[in-house]
Design a protein around this ligand. Sequence first.
Ligand SMILES: Cc1cc2nc3c(=O)[nH]c(=O)nc-3n(C[C@H](O)[C@H](O)[C@H](O)COP(=O)(O)OP(=O)(O)OC[C@H]3O[C@@H](n4cnc5c(N)ncnc54)[C@H](O)[C@@H]3O)c2cc1C
Length: 238
Amino acid sequence: MTSIKHHPTVTLIQHAGGDTMVAAAAKVSTTGDEARSLERIEEEGGISGLIRYLMRHRHGSPFEHGMMTFFIHAPIFVIRELQRHRIASYNEESGRYKQLEPVFWSPDDERPLAKTEGYKPSRPTFEAGTTEQYELIRKHDEIYLQIYEAYEEEIAAGIGNEVARRLLPVGTFTSCWVTINPRSLMNVLSLRIHDAGAKAVSYPQREIEEVAQAMETAFAQHWPLTHAAFLKNGRVGP
Ligand SMILES: Cc1cc2nc3c(=O)[nH]c(=O)nc-3n(C[C@H](O)[C@H](O)[C@H](O)COP(=O)(O)OP(=O)(O)OC[C@H]3O[C@@H](n4cnc5c(N)ncnc54)[C@H](O)[C@@H]3O)c2cc1C
């Protein structure tokens, strides 16, 4: 039995740091030991302006004193894109040591998938597909079941998972831990979310964009001033 899943799942598991820590990291350069008191920094105020200044002038290292750990369940092709972001720590489910679950990605009926007129690979844009296109996809989704049966048959015949997994397509879901600092996360958000108003407009695949959007929601909640400065800076991190 296989199941189809349309969207990745992203869960924030833990986080440390926040806007005050960004300010404290910057202030150590001018106040030394005094920068240890986060309470005092909050009382003094001016954190928002300082963060905006750091962002604008690309003083990036103060934004590295924090972390977020996410648990992500996404198709292999999404995790593969995500892992290109080297300034983060990853641990992923093994296709050698365990049998991968029969969960496969397919677009739902709302996912635009038909290339628009004048389509350019450098600026890919899609519109809603025709009924025939969605039907074709549903028909081909059944291939997942055949593939998974072949995968299980090989494993049942004593063939190693590491060999049987060659059959599994990139639409297979996998699970992964990602731990990332705010500076690197802003780099992910600027590259993996499409915003026509951004200083450098990116055209990511919709599914990694969904991952990035969930990460951005968590980031905005725990680093509201940093997030606001990132937006004000045209979605360009320091
Ligand atoms: C829309 C889109 C399409 C893409 N298409 C492709 C594709 O077709 N093929 C493909 O291979 N990749 C593709 N990528 C991946 C892209 O090239 C980057 O690998 C990915 O976005 C990670 O970005 P990054 O290097 O800035 O992130 P990180 O690896 O997290 O690095 C963060 C920053 O650290 C610095 N840094 C890290 N490592 C080095 C280094 N070795 N040398 C110098 N500075 C370093 C850089 O300033 C970098 O911006 C695509 C990305 C996007 C957003």
